[in-house]
Design a protein around this ligand. Structure first.
Ligand SMILES: [Zn+2]
Ligand SMILES: [Zn+2]
Length: 193
C-alpha cells in the first residue's frame, strides 16, 4: 500500500487482473481509469488554474470556483425588481422578502460576523429575482406505473382518467403553498433602493 493520495497518482494497472486498482484501498476499477483516479485521492489539480487543492466538491479550487460563480452571475440578464415575490443571494445562499431585509442582513454581516469592519455592497450579494414555483402536473400513469403490467395504458381505467387528472391539477394550482426559486434575472441596481 502506497501513501500517495494525489489525484491520478494513486492508481496502478495490474496485468494479472486486467484493470486499474486504487493502491490505497485496493478497489478494482477494471477499465474505468478516470473513476479510479478519484478513489482515495485527497489532492486535486484545479481545472482552471492548475493549482493543487484539497477536498473535491468541485473540479476547481475554491478561488476558481468562486470566480466561476461570479462570471456566471455577471452573464445573467438584469431586471429591476418590482418588489413582488422574493430575492435570492447567490453568494450567501439566502432568500429575502424585501430590500429592508437585505440591508439588515448586510448590517448583520458588517458588524456582527467579522471582528474588523468590513463593507459589503448590494452587488456582493449577487442578488437574483425569484420566480414562483409551480406544482408538477399530476399524471395518473406515472403515479400508478410501478403497480401496472407493462401493456397497461390510460384506456384501461374504467373511469375518466383525464377528468380526474384535470380535477387534481386544478386543486394543486389552487391549494399549493407559494414558494420561490432563483430565476433567470439578476437584480438591476440602476434604481437601487
Ligand atoms: Zn481507493
Ligand atoms: Zn484554481
Amino acid at each position: 500500500m502506497k501513501d500517495v493520495k494525489k489525484y491520478g497518482e494513486q492508481i496502478e494497472y495490474l496485468e494479472n487482473i486486467k484493470g486499474w486498482v486504487c493502491s490505497v484501498c485496493n478497489r478494482y476499477f477494471g477499465e474505468q481509469k478516470d473513476a479510479a483516479k478519484y478513489c482515495c485521492a485527497k489532492i486535486f489539480k484545479c481545472e482552471d488554474c492548475g493549482k493543487e487543492y484539497e477536498r473535491r466538491c468541485y473540479t476547481t479550487c475554491p478561488e476558481c470556483h468562486e470566480k466561476r460563480n461570479v462570471e456566471r452571475y455577471n452573464k445573467m440578464p438584469k431586471k429591476v425588481w418590482n418588489g413582488e415575490g422574493m430575492i435570492y443571494s447567490d453568494s450567501h445562499d439566502k432568500f429575502f422578502n424585501d430590500f429592508e431585509e437585505i440591508h439588515d442582513h448586510i448590517s448583520y454581516l458588517e458588524f456582527s460576523v467579522k471582528p474588523e469592519k468590513i463593507t459589503i455592497s448590494l452587488e456582493d450579494l449577487r442578488l437574483i429575482i425569484c420566480e414562483k414555483t409551480k406544482p408538477r402536473d399530476f399524471s395518473l400513469m406515472d403515479f400508478c406505473s410501478d403497480e401496472f403490467q407493462e401493456d397497461t395504458d390510460i384506456h384501461c381505467f374504467s373511469g375518466d382518467p383525464e377528468a380526474f387528472e384535470n380535477d387534481i391539477n386544478e386543486w394543486l394550482q389552487k391549494n399549493t403553498p407559494t414558494s420561490y426559486l432563483p430565476g433567470k434575472f439578476a437584480v438591476d441596481f440602476t434604481e437601487a433602493q
